[in-house]
Design a protein around this ligand. Structure first.
Ligand SMILES: O=C[C@H](O)[C@H](O)[C@H](O)COP(=O)(O)O
Length: 243
């Protein structure tokens, strides 16, 4: 089975968790796109859900395929979010944001009672950090924020290139109008400490560490589907420590 087929299989397994009447957060990326395609087939044959998309890209695909949409303003509490990830560790802490949608993805996931992450087995890792960590930053003070990110990481013993994400020769701009720094720190042994250190920097809008948000992972591999469950942690809606 090729990588795309594995994504389809993970998405298909996730669809079994969706039932009529649900308010559904809909993720972003190639895996989430497969989910949208399968969801649209179900909607066409009578499934009634209302979707809240995590990006303009996902919204456009949903509209094209006839998946009914709402906004988080109109529907601020969701039953379930289904989304992909760039990396998943055994506790279901994630790195997300490879497609630049991390801010809306995290807001939508935090507004959902449950989050299911779907992926092919290549996304599973023992320790997060092989995939560069996306950090969404305000355009104002970009250089100062970049230096602060390096300094915060260094205080935790982390180092490595921090690069401004580019597309077509221009800085990549998120749906929220921000830039993204991709931080290649390597293994991140303490994700909570890095999360707190990044949130202490004023120019950091959000980062791609999703801690305590996903309660189920559906992982497709050559041997079939593996489902992993963890308890969603209290306070995960804030996704950072509350003093
Ligand atoms: O910003 C994008 C998202 O976090 C994606 O869910 C993540 O990058 C995984 O994308 P894909 O399913 O294309 O590997």
């Amino acid at each position: 089975m090729d990588a795309r087929q594995l994504k389809v299989e993970a998405a298909r397994a996730a669809l079994a968790h969706v039932s009529s009447g649900m308010r559904l957060g809909i993720g972003t990326g190639t895996t989430a796109d497969e989910f949208v395609r399968l969801l649209a087939e179900k909607v066409a044959t009578g499934l009634t859900v209302i979707g809240v998309p995590t990006s303009e890209r996902t919204a456009a695909l949903c509209r094209e395929l006839g998946v009914p949409l709402s906004t988080l303003e109109e529907t601020p509490e969701l039953d379930l979010t289904i989304d992909g990830a760039d990396e998943i560790d055994p506790s279901l802490t994630l790195i997300k944001g490879g497609g630049g949608a991390l801010l809306r993805e995290k807001i939508v996931a935090a507004a959902s009672e449950r989050m299911i992450v779907i992926a092919d087995q290549s996304k599973m890792v023992e320790t997060l950090g092989r995939f560069p960590l996306p950090i969404e930053v305000n355009k104002f003070g970009l250089r100062a924020t970049e230096i602060a990110v390096r300094t915060a990481a260094a205080s935790l013993g982390l180092a490595g290139p921090v690069t401004l994400r580019m597309t077509g020769g221009q800085p990549f701009v998120t749906d929220g109008g921000h830039f993204i720094l991709d931080a290649s720190f390597g293994r991140i042994p303490d994700t909570r400490a890095l999360s707190n250190a990044l949130f202490a920097i004023p120019g950091v809008v959000e980062h791609g560490l999703f801690i305590g948000l996903a309660s189920t992972a559906i992982i497709a591999g050559g041997d079939g589907i593996q489902t992993v469950h963890v308890a969603r942690k209290p306070g995960s809606s804030t996704n950072h420590d509350v003093a």
